[in-house]
Structures are given as C-alpha cells and as structure tokens.
Design a protein around this ligand. Sequence first.
Ligand SMILES: [Zn+2]
Length: 231
Amino acid sequence: MPNPRHLHRAQRVLRRLGRGLSRKAGPDRRAGARPSKRWQRARARLARVHARVANLRRDGLHKLTTRLAREHGTIVVEDLNVSGMLTNRRLARHIADAGFAELRRQLTYKTGWNGGRLIVADRWYPSSKTCSGCGTVKTKLALAERTYTCATCGLVLDRDLNAARNLAALAREAVDARSGRESPNGRGADRKTPLAGQVAVKRQPGTAPAGQTGTVPPQGRTTNHTLTRAH
Ligand SMILES: [Zn+2]
C-alpha cells in the first residue's frame, strides 16, 4: 500500500524555513520587543507550507481510500496496537504520517457506499507468524525475515503475501458467518460480497519488538482471535 509521505518529503523545506524564522527578530515578551516584518513574513511562509502539507496528506489519503473502497468489496485491516507502537520512536513517525486512524475511519464509511464493508482483525491475530498453507504458528519471526518459510509443510512465501492470505481467510470466515445468519429474503442477501473482490490491507502489528513496547502478549497466546465489524 502506498504510504503518503508528503510530510517526509516536505520536512527539509520546513526545516529550512524554520531556521530562517529563528534567525529573524521574533517577539520577545520579556524585553517587550515586537516581531520584525521579516519575521512575520517568514512565519507566514512556514505556515503556508504546513498547510500545504496537511492538504496533500488529506487529499492523498482520500484518493487512496476511495480507490480501495471502489475496487474491493471487503477490506480487511488489522487493528494496530497504535499506542504500543508509538512508544517505538522510529515507528511512531511512520504511523503518524500514514494517519492510520483516519485511514480506517474513511474505509469504514466508504466501503459502505458500495455495499462492501471493513473487517478489522484484532491486534493479536498472528497474521505474519501463521503459515497460510498449514496453519502452523511460528513462535518467533524476526522483522528482517521477509520470506516466510514453514518448517512444517515447507511453504516458502513472501512475508506480507503470507500474512495477507491469512487475513483474507479470516475475512472469508466472517463473510460466511454473516451470510449464514441472513435469511434468503434478507435485504443484504443478494449483495453478498464476492470473494474475488477481497483485499487484505496489510499493516504490521508485529513491527514493534515485544520487549520494547510491553504491550505485545507472550508468544503463542494469540490463537483466540476475533473479527469485529467496524460498522
Ligand atoms: Zn506450513
């Protein structure tokens, strides 16, 4: 999934403008000095770039979520342990940049436009550690291991693709469970989401090392996963 990194790209510009601002004579409450005209202009320049960055991010995210909701009936996201991940400073900026909460909010209502829906896998579901072939759950999977290799059945698959397949299987279970409950005359019966339209939007809950966040449960205690409807 493309990550809108407009902020990252604009950071150099923001830093330069910020330095320029600090070199000019700003307001000084203790000395009673009023800001110079140059300082005021520099501050306005900085504010314009900040506003532009915010607009770019908002626009990019809306385009992404509209496209995802239009092209796919059912979308699966993993419920990220965002507060836990934010304690990892390197990850924190990426998550803040991607605006995950906003992404999820937009997907929730936009999938509804087309009769689809957003499915949220709970944050402890071991999507990366589970073999999509035989269901074996690894106790350990380093983030650096980009290829999933199953010691049980011999499956070799790209890490993210393996996780996406697990999430797609979860979504299938959810769709089956839902359609099984509905009466044949039910309003939603003929609008059942085709399985081919599913996509798993992969977010990595396992990217925060367990020892650093203190919020990731012990290995192997993650089998009791649930699916919840976001709307
Ligand atoms: Zn396997």
